[in-house]
Design a binder for this molecule. Structure first.
Ligand code: AMX
Length: 435
């Protein structure tokens, strides 16, 4: 079928059996030790969630349904005349585990275009936000407000059976993704004074439409960048702050708009998605201080001054990864192809040669290598999108793909309310007192 929903309906019964069998065979087995440090240490490394779209290996990086980023770039359908994968295709892969055909992807582009309009009152909410309100706060407000028309909330009120949860969750998830370009475009134009929002063109793909709404629709390089950007930022397994928040809030049967609004508030933190904005601010400050073609010595000194001021080097380090993020590498390759001589790109390359040794010498960070955010802002800036406060909104458009795919499966498989156990320090002391 070319319909994602029909294909999903075919896959769900077998997956329910697959989960049953996995639990019957492995359900009572211990899976990794829990030590007290993990309770205090942000649950690092604690196996605690099921997330089907992607799994992150510390050395290798992310695989979407078992496929690396280069494999996705090779296998997923592209736009006519384009060479980057279409995020529509990545969504199909995340949801079904299957590489879609060109026809299935085209159908999805059309479906999203048809669902893309946002209610007038949401437009008004955005138009009334002061331009000084951070774009991520505006984004989360608008997404939360979409819950007004949630199919899931309505079905739940009407007494829908548990077995049917996934259907309205699917509809809400598709609506959510489809409406994000109009929300992001409106925020961008309102905040940065870029004039009236054009209409979505149903004959164009999702990224092309988003580029048009941002005012870059005629720029082929930017459109290609968005296709790559939306593909690689979509999912990074389930434990990161945005993905986990979406899953957690969804587990209370809050609809996908409420769940994703909450996820966006997590993505807006500087240790998570806001890092792409922070990287650009940091690079600009560095250039202002030491000039554009600074020596390695001057750059090193600037990096040390950041650390000595008790700040983090944005774009470096990761809670799980222990190597250069393949999402960084994919963006570096894009830059080598499209903007090899760009000054800011060269600075990012220079920093890449210097930061890891410094972080190792400083001796705290477990991973001295760059993550996805070290690179994205430079590419956007090159094409003229230099309003860095907006960068995390683009991350947020993309991350909806991964969170939505999991929300659909969580409701299809009857995932329970999340409720881990917490302890007080006094309780821990008591437990181990006589041991
Ligand atoms: N610069 C300076 N210090 C760093 C650092 C960096 N880039 N990365 C880690 N450290 C420090 C930590 O702050 C911590 O210091 P502390 O002991 O004084 O609290 C110590 O090293 C150990 O931290 P860790 O175990 O290596 O990392 P973590 O799992 O606790 O945190 C992360 C991971 C990403 C928050 C951290 O590396 C960081 O702050 N990086 C900079 C911000 C950033 O780029 N975030 C984006 C991550 C990707 C994303 O989510 N989009």
């Amino acid at each position: 079928s070319v319909s994602l929903k029909e294909r999903l309906a075919e896959l769900i019964p077998a997956e329910i059996e697959n989960v049953k069998a996995t639990r019957a065979e492995h359900g009572k087995k211990a899976f990794g030790p829990v030590v007290v440090d993990q309770l205090y240490g942000g649950m690092r490394g604690l196996p605690a969630l099921i997330w089907d779209g992607s799994v992150l290996d510390a050395e290798e990086g992310i695989r979407f349904r078992g496929k690396t980023i280069p494999e996705c770039q090779a296998l997923l359908p592209k736009a006519p005349g384009g060479s980057e994968p279409l995020p529509e295709a990545l969504f199909w892969l995340l949801v079904t585990g299957e590489v879609p055909t060109q026809e299935q992807v085209t159908e999805l582009s059309k479906d999203w275009a048809a669902r893309s309009a946002i209610p007038e009152f949401v437009e008004e909410i955005l138009d009334r936000c002061p331009p000084t309100l951070h774009p991520m706060s505006q984004f989360s407000l608008a997404v939360t407000a979409l819950n007004h028309d949630s199919a899931f909330a309505k079905a739940y009120q009407a007494g829908v059976s548990k077995k049917e949860y996934w259907g309205p969750t699917f509809e809400d998830s598709m609506d959510l993704i489809a409406k994000l370009p109009n929300i992001a475009g409106r925020i961008y134009r309102n905040v940065f004074g870029q004039g009236k929002l054009p209409a979505i063109d149903p004959s164009k793909d999702y990224s092309h439409n988003l580029a048009t709404l941002l005012g870059f629709g005629e720029n082929h390089g930017f459109v290609e960048l968005l296709r790559l950007y939306l593909t690689i930022h979509s999912d990074h397994e389930g434990g990161n702050v945005s993905a986990h928040t979406g899953k957690l809030v969804g587990s209370a049967l809050s609809d996908p708009f409420l769940a994703y609004g909450a996820a966006l508030n997590g993505l807006a933190g500087p240790l998570h998605g806001l890092a792409n904005q922070e990287v650009l601010i940091w690079l600009r400050k560095m250039q202002a201080k030491i000039g554009e073609d600074a020596s390695d010595e001057a750059v090193k000194e600037y990096i040390w001054s950041t650390l000595k001021a008790g700040q983090v080097v944005p774009g470096y380090g990761h809670a799980v990864l222990r190597k250069t993020d393949p999402r960084y590498t994919a963006q570096r390759e894009f830059a080598l192809k499209h903007l090899p001589e760009d000054k800011l790109f060269k600075l990012v390359g220079q920093i890449y040669n210097l930061v890891p040794d410094i972080l190792l010498e400083a001796g705290k960070a477990k991973n001295p290598w760059p993550n996805v955010d070290a690179h994205s802002g430079v590419l956007l800036t090159y094409y003229g999108l230099d309003q860095m406060q907006f960068y995390t909104v683009l991350f947020g458009v993309s991350r909806a793909f991964g969170v939505a795919a999991q929300l659909i499966w969580d409701r299809a498989l009857g995932a329970p309310l999340e409720r881990p156990k917490s302890y007080s320090t006094a309780a821990i002391q008591k437990i181990f007192k006589d041991k």
